[in-house]
Design a protein around this ligand. Structure first.
Ligand SMILES: *Cc1c(COP(=O)(O)O)cnc(C)c1O
Length: 393
């Protein structure tokens, strides 16, 4: 990568950059985007891992239980047909989703991860001069997708790290084209009950698209929670998005889906890449869907260990944002030696990867995913060690 100051010098000497020669220019907003940085996946510095054979990856909310064995078998079986184009309509996968969730297949769209669907929705419904609303600590894909399409992201304040229906409604203007709500939200892990989703929907003009991003829906076991299918039904302006990247443990394959009113599904179908979900992903996704046992085990594991992690934070005197997802945002003191940055570095020396969430407006928090039992115990033991060292003056 070219360091910024080098780029600056180069700019001054370059006749193209000086405007003497023209060159292709990205559309407005594109170069304002900070490229998405995923959770760190490897430790590259040699010798950094002290006495640990394996890296503990808790930085990207991936499913702790891994993929379903059935999904792995389907993926391998797809290898003999790699010379064939995928089914352009992802018929089997969409039919499976329709059957399991009791939905009309026509309303189901699939994407190269739900991230692609989010981007395609903004692409189809907003552009320069339009506004895209999301909440203050909301998932960053929404403002990035807005900017990639020349639209203006508009942030609504939160209360207690939780989206506020009143605040979201108060920033809606005639320019608003989409409102995004991750429920539960990443990286906070907080959610709005179905009654609040209904109130938000009721307060939005009919021509504003309300996107409920339920990436973590399968992990949740609360009576007042809805993934949002019931909110889409009978309304032309509500979409629910879902993913295979989290509970199904298929993040590498990039599969997302959405349940949409027919008018939205038709618009999506016109802007997506024709083969946006590849053949191996379609096959593995379908197999994962029907492996209820794997999903149930993953949910039970998450409920148990999320609870354990939260209790462990209490024991260590660490503040955290109560979560219903497969991750937890833990708060560190701002001071030198005890900051989220210090904690992340300390974990890193022990081979544990976590996620800073400064870009989400949470500079003092560190997000960790719920891992396997050994991972969870190790991360909390390591934080205990960090605090006892850092607290010695
Ligand atoms: C992880 C996540 C997604 C899923 O993204 P994919 O592109 O499907 O991997 C979507 N929304 C939120 C809020 C997430 O945290």
């Amino acid at each position: 990568m070219v360091p910024e100051n080098e780029l600056g010098n180069f700019d001054r000497l370059d006749p193209i950059a000086a405007g003497l020669v023209t060159k292709p220019k990205p559309k407005q907003g594109i170069m304002d985007i900070t490229p998405h940085k995923g959770g760190e996946a490897t430790i590259e510095v040699e010798g950094v891992v002290q006495g640990r054979a394996r890296i503990i990856e808790l930085s990207a909310n991936e499913g702790a239980m891994g993929p379903s064995p059935r999904a792995m078998a389907a993926y391998q079986a797809a290898a003999t047909d790699l010379h064939r184009y995928p089914d352009i309509g992802a018929k089997d996968l969409r039919a499976g989703l329709a059957e399991i969730h009791d939905l009309d297949t026509a309303g189901i769209v699939v994407g190269n991860g739900s991230g692609e669907i989010i981007n395609q929705l903004v692409h189809a419904f907003a552009g320069p001069g339009d506004e895209v609303v999301y909440s203050a600590h909301g998932f960053l894909m929404y403002p990035l997708a807005a900017m990639a399409n020349g639209a203006t992201p508009v942030k609504a304040p939160e209360e207690n790290y939780t989206a506020s229906v009143d605040a979201l409604l108060s920033v809606v203007t005639p320019k608003t084209k989409l409102v995004f709500l991750a429920n539960p939200n990443n990286p906070t892990g907080t959610y709005l009950p179905s009654s609040e989703l209904r109130r938000l929907r009721a307060g939005l003009p009919d021509d504003v698209l309300f996107v409920i991003d339920s990436a973590y829906a399968e992990f949740i076991d609360h009576n007042d929670y809805t993934p949002g299918i019931d909110l889409v039904d009978g309304h032309d302006n509500v979409v629910m998005t879902r993913t295979f990247s989290k509970i199904h443990g298929l993040a590498a394959l990039r599969i997302g889906w959405a349940f949409c009113p027919a008018n939205i599904a038709r618009a999506h179908d016109r802007t997506r890449g024709p083969f946006n979900v590849n053949a191996a992903a379609q096959a593995a996704g379908l197999a994962a869907l029907w492996d209820f046992n794997h999903v149930d085990r993953a949910r039970a594991h998450n409920i148990r260990w999320l609870n354990w992690l939260q209790n462990a934070c209490v024991r260590l005197g660490l503040d955290y944002i109560p979560s219903v997802g497969n991750f937890l945002a833990i708060r560190f003191a701002g001071e030198d030696g005890l900051s989220a940055d210090d904690a992340q570095k300390f974990l890193r020396t022990k081979g544990i990867l976590s996620r800073r969430i400064t870009a989400y407006g949470l500079p003092n928090h560190l997000r960790i995913s719920v891992g396997l039992e050994d991972d969870n115990r190790t991360v909390m033991e390591t934080l205990d060690e960090f605090l006892s060292i850092a607290n010695v003056p």
